[in-house]
Design a protein around this ligand. Structure first.
Ligand SMILES: Nc1ncnc2c1ncn2[C@@H]1O[C@H](COP(=O)(O)OP(=O)(O)OP(=O)(O)O)[C@@H](O)[C@H]1O
Ligand SMILES: O=C(O)C1=C[C@@H](O)[C@@H](O)[C@H](O)C1
Ligand SMILES: [Mg+2]
Length: 188
């Protein structure tokens, strides 16, 4: 069993929103690893961060992501920082990985980090804009490296983003089946 696609991207990129809509369009179940972590631990993510710290959260996340990639036959949307784990990056190889791209300004708007406290522990306290910029500087290369498909989300409604994801999935499938049939054709 293997996921049809895995969504990655920073906080606010739309992994949960787009994941739900893409899963509906493909008539597949969605597994959101943030929701799964809260389900299996019976605790909220902010609680885990504040009581156990980020390293402990990342360990749990790594286990939940590994299980999702091994067992979930639908759409998987990963937590924004899951990509920080080297083991997770290695496990993503060979999967269809869709990176939802977003600018810092739009990411801050969507996470409510501008002018509001926000519920994301990594953006809470201090200067959320600076935190988001730092986070992106570190993660952007990791998201790009892991992605097989990239979709820009700035200035696009969720419906439009979903259309783009589905179109790029189809194009990627067509390219793969062409490669397979070329591989099978007799050598001239
Ligand atoms: N393309 C879009 N245009 C406008 N708003 C969007 C778009 N995609 C998502 N949103 C909104 O942005 C907010 C964040 O979206 P969502 O929770 O899906 O992001 P996420 O990537 O799952 O974030 P996190 O990593 O924190 O879980 C939500 O309020 C959602 O409705
Ligand atoms: O970007 C991150 O590091 C995080 C994003 C969320 O999806 C949660 O997994 C958590 O708040 C950490
Ligand atoms: Mg989410």
């Amino acid at each position: 069993m293997s996921p049809r696609l895995v969504l990655i991207g920073p906080p606010g990129a739309g992994k949960s929103t787009i994941g739900r809509r893409v899963a509906n369009a493909l008539e597949l179940p969605l597994l959101d690893t943030d929701a799964e972590i809260e389900r299996v631990t019976g605790r909220t993510i902010p609680d885990i961060f504040s009581q156990d710290g980020e390293p402990a959260f990342r360990e749990t996340e790594e286990e939940v992501v590994a299980r999702a990639l091994d067992t979930h036959d639908g759409v998987v949307s990963l937590g924004g920082g899951a990509i920080l784990s080297e083991r997770t990056r290695a496990r993503l190889a060979g999967h269809t990985v869709v990176y939802l791209e977003i600018s810092v300004a739009e990411g801050l708007r969507r996470t409510g980090a501008v002018g509001a406290a926000g519920t994301r522990p990594l953006l809470a306290g201090g200067d959320p804009a600076q935190k988001y910029r730092d986070l992106m500087r570190r993660r952007r290369p990791l998201y790009r490296q892991a992605a097989t498909i990239r979709v820009r989300t700035d200035g696009r409604s969720p419906g439009r983003v979903v259309q783009q994801v589905l179109a790029k999935l189809e194009a990627a499938d067509a390219a793969t089946s062409q490669t397979i049939s070329e591989d099978r054709s007799p050598t001239p």
